[in-house]
Design a binder for this molecule. Structure first.
Ligand code: SF4
Ligand code: SF4
Ligand code: FES
Length: 794
């Protein structure tokens, strides 16, 4: 394992190791340069993303004196900046290899002899370094120190005795990811790396301590349970399918089942790390209720998936509609679009008109979306919406800027980890405000920029040389999306604006669904123009328009659903065709930047599931050629190979048409309160889903008081929309905007509220009390505008 710092940077100079010339790049230390030249220098505490602390003392080399009288010195190469002409002895040195070997032997005096049963075995940096320095014989026969393991929840396992105190874990957790619930405890040679209390980590990035730990002290608990030796895993270069960032990952499988997912290093997107959703959500492919067999009319069949799908599409009385998905890849959506055209059927890749409008608007305006590195390097950042829940690694990039003291401003409506951090740094830089007011606030900011004496946020943005503006498309009214892009335009070419989109391939889905719309498809179903629907990789019945879809779908004869999760739509289907999860197939996603990235199949399941190649086989020859040419015209060049960082495309300008969002009133609103492990597929990953916070209603104490409510942590609130009613415990948070109550995505969908609906907030009750007859304490102003868009303003 060696992690390179830079990939395509120019060479800076040459140094010499054992008389061999070694070229180095800007920012390299001597260890980086040696590794780049394939010189196997041992190291533990250094990590390119975490820097050097010089604490493990194993990366030793000896300097070659350049002046008469100068003595050779033993130096730690990770702490020396590479400079032209430097000279070192490594293999030729009498001392350096001995220093490294002694240090490794010292670490091994405490380390247990449990390599044969350690989950890290085969991937273990300590194991590799022990072999590399030649420490083959154990001389220490004293008693080893032992430490208690800590229980860290369902995702990470701790074996404390294996620690070599390199501090990488804590440097990642605290210094890099700004977490504060894990650290080094103890002193001198009695140091442990732990949380204060047992239990799961607070950070969305905690799984990376498994990646950075060079020993088996922290291992993947899910992998432990689905045990395999690491060298037996079938791996591939894949892309994470759980948000629009498109991080590079490496799934590992054995015997046709997924065992683990680790980050795949790359220069342009996530570099070395991934978030916990990306690491653990793919285990949804192993959910006990995953559809793995064809089901027709509720009966399981042994027939091949493609044959059943072909039969289902051939029924004579069907008038078809076709739905793709923003979590399906570009090729699948193109195939479905062509299939729809063959069947003369309407097509869309979206399930929810409101999300579709927002996504298409954001994609149209994503012409200069910043990469994660651009975000890290920004000198001023404005975030609109709760970024942590929607694009965790984009949020981690913002934390890097925050850590360097760069001004980060945030406009948000519900509690979020990032908002808490921003507030901690400078309290006035996070503003809690109802989404309906965001566009107005951004417009005011635009006006202030033109003033000579701009102050506050305007001054920070105006004085920045590389400002970055980030929005969360799913929660932003379209007016706010446009205002954020306008703000970037006013700031000039140096400003970049990007949007976290709702799903892994939202960008690609928007390009493919230019002509169709979810509203048109829904209306066609409601009118009875369509009596059959093919759905691939989407769950319209669980979305924000779930009830509307459920009613419309209840009327049709043929609901054919292709998916790999046991979604509500799968459960209602007349024909279920099991499909491959992302690790089980090839494909192409386009991330929020417009970056086209392909992914490769890591393994095949023992039970055959529908693959993309088989879907393509459904098309006639002519349509196949059209898919190919559309794909090339969309990508503008050849298909990127899996593992490469792909290339960026400019979005085609998407017609938004009649879907323009309704004018919103100024009344109170429901807003989304997410958590970072949440997403449509992630909910089926047992271990990750077990951490889902309990549903609650978030409300600011001041707003509750203004409504005449006396609330504490034992109170409950009831939200009613038409005949739907939800009573949930109260979560008091000053981070919920005035005039808003925050609910989870599930609760939001369950309420099935639509624009124009009246929402009531009813009296609080003590949890311990029997519910009394509720009294209405707040009527939410009905929203004005066109009902057809559906959804309350979040
Ligand atoms: S737990 Fe791992 S990463 Fe942390 S100090 Fe110990 S060996 Fe290093
Ligand atoms: S940030 Fe998004 S793409 Fe990256 S690992 Fe997390 S969920 Fe996956
Ligand atoms: S890697 Fe250089 S001192 Fe640890």
């Amino acid at each position: 394992m060696f992690l390179r710092r830079t990939w395509r940077t120019p060479l800076m100079g040459t140094l010499y190791i054992d008389d061999q010339p070694v070229e180095f790049q800007p920012g390299d230390n001597v260890l980086d340069a040696a590794k780049r030249a394939n010189i196997e220098v041992p190291y533990f505490c250094y990590h390119p993303a975490l820097g050097a602390v010089g604490s493990c003392r194993v990366c030793a080399m000896e300097t070659v004196p350049s002046r008469e009288g100068e003595q050779p010195r033993t130096v730690m190469t990770c702490t020396l900046k590479a400079q032209d002409g430097m000279r070192f002895r490594f293999a030729q040195s009498d001392k350096a290899p001995g220093v490294s070997k002694t240090m490794v032997e010292f670490y091994m005096t405490r380390h247990p002899n449990d390599c044969p049963v350690c989950d890290e075995g085969g991937d273990c940096h300590l194991q590799n370094m022990t072999v590399e320095v030649g420490h083959a014989y154990r001389r220490f026969d004293g008693q080893k120190k032992t430490y208690p393991n800590q229980l860290l929840g369902p995702l990470v396992w701790n074996t404390a005795n294996r620690c070599i105190t390199c501090y990488r874990c804590v440097r990642f957790y605290q210094d890099y990811a700004l977490g504060d619930d894990f650290g080094a405890m103890g002193s001198r040679n009695n140091v442990l790396f732990r949380r204060i209390d047992d239990g799961a980590f607070d950070s969305p990035f905690a799984g990376n301590i498994i990646t950075v730990c060079p020993t088996g002290t922290f291992t993947d608990k899910v992998f432990r349970r689905k045990y395999s030796r690491t060298w037996m895993l079938k791996k591939s270069a894949s892309i994470c399918a759980h948000c629009s960032v498109g991080c590079h990952v490496e799934p590992g499988a054995r015997a046709g089942t997924l065992r683990r997912v680790v980050p795949n290093e790359n220069s342009a997107v996530n570099q070395y790390f991934i978030c916990d959703r990306g690491r653990y959500a793919p285990h949804a492919s192993e959910a006990a209720n995953r559809p793995l067999q064809v089901k027709v009319g509720g009966q399981l069949r042994q027939e091949p998936a493609l044959a059943v799908l072909r039969q289902a599409l051939a029924v004579s009385d069907a008038r078809w509609g076709v739905m793709g998905s923003a979590r399906e890849d570009v090729v699948t959506n193109l195939v479905l679009q062509q299939l729809a055209s063959d069947l003369n059927a309407p097509f869309t890749a979206f399930t929810d008109p409101l999300t579709e409008v927002r996504t298409k608007t954001a994609v149209n305006l994503s012409l200069s979306a910043p990469s994660l590195q651009d975000i890290e390097a920004a000198d001023c950042i404005l975030v609109v919406g709760e970024l942590t829940e929607h694009a965790p690694m984009m949020e981690l990039a913002v934390r890097q800027a925050l850590k360097q003291g760069k001004p980060v401003m945030m406009l948000h409506a519900a509690a979020s980890l990032l908002a808490g951090m921003v507030r901690k740094q400078r309290s006035l830089q996070a503003q809690t405000q109802a989404p309906v007011l965001w566009a107005e606030t951004l417009q005011k900011l635009i006006s202030s920029l033109s003033q000579e004496q701009a102050d506050g946020w305007a001054a920070l943005l105006k004085n920045a040389k590389a400002p970055v503006l980030l929005g969360v498309a799913e929660v932003m009214p379209t007016a706010a999306i446009k205002a954020l892009a306008e703000l970037a335009a006013v700031l000039g070419e140096q400003a970049r604006v990007g949007f976290a989109l709702p799903a892994a391939n939202s960008f690609g889905a928007a390009q493919v669904s230019q002509a169709g719309s979810s509203e048109q498809l829904l209306e066609a179903l409601e009118r009875g123009d369509i009596n059959a629907l093919l759905v691939v990789g989407a769950d319209p019945m669980s979305g924000w328009q779930g009830e509307r879809w459920s009613k419309a779908l209840a009327k049709i004869q043929h609901l054919v659903v292709v998916d790999h999760i046991h979604s509500a739509t799968v459960q209602a289907a007349t024909v279920v065709v099991p499909s491959a999860a992302v690790s089980e197939r090839n494909g192409v996603f386009i991330n929020y930047e417009g970056r086209v990235q392909s992914f490769a199949k890591a393994y095949s399941r023992e039970t055959p599931v529908l693959l993309q190649e088989e879907l393509i086989a459904l098309l006639s020859g002519d349509a196949r050629a059209r898919v190919q040419s559309q794909l090339l015209s969309m990508l503008g060049s050849v298909m990127p190979s899996p593992g490469s960082t792909g290339s960026r495309i400019k979005p085609a300008t998407l017609p938004i048409g009649q879907l323009a969002e309704a004018v919103l009133g100024n009344g109170p609103a429901l807003v989304l309160q997410g958590w970072h492990g949440e997403e449509e597929v992630a909910g089926f990953a047992t271990e990750l889903a077990s951490l889902t916070p309990h549903d609650s209603v978030g409300i600011a104490p001041a707003y509750a008081k203004a409504l005449g409510l006396t609330l504490d942590k034992n109170s409950r609130l009831t939200i009613s929309v038409h005949n739907k009613q939800l009573t949930l415990p109260v979560s008091l948070s000053a981070q919920v905007a005035e005039g808003c109550v925050a609910v989870s995505r599930r609760a939001f969908a369950e309420l099935q509220a639509r624009l124009g609906d009246e929402v009531k907030l009813t009296a609080a009750m003590r949890l311990s009390e029997e519910p009394a007859a509720p009294s209405v304490v707040a009527h939410f102003t009905p929203l004005q505008g066109d009902n057809s868009n559906g959804g309350l303003r979040p």
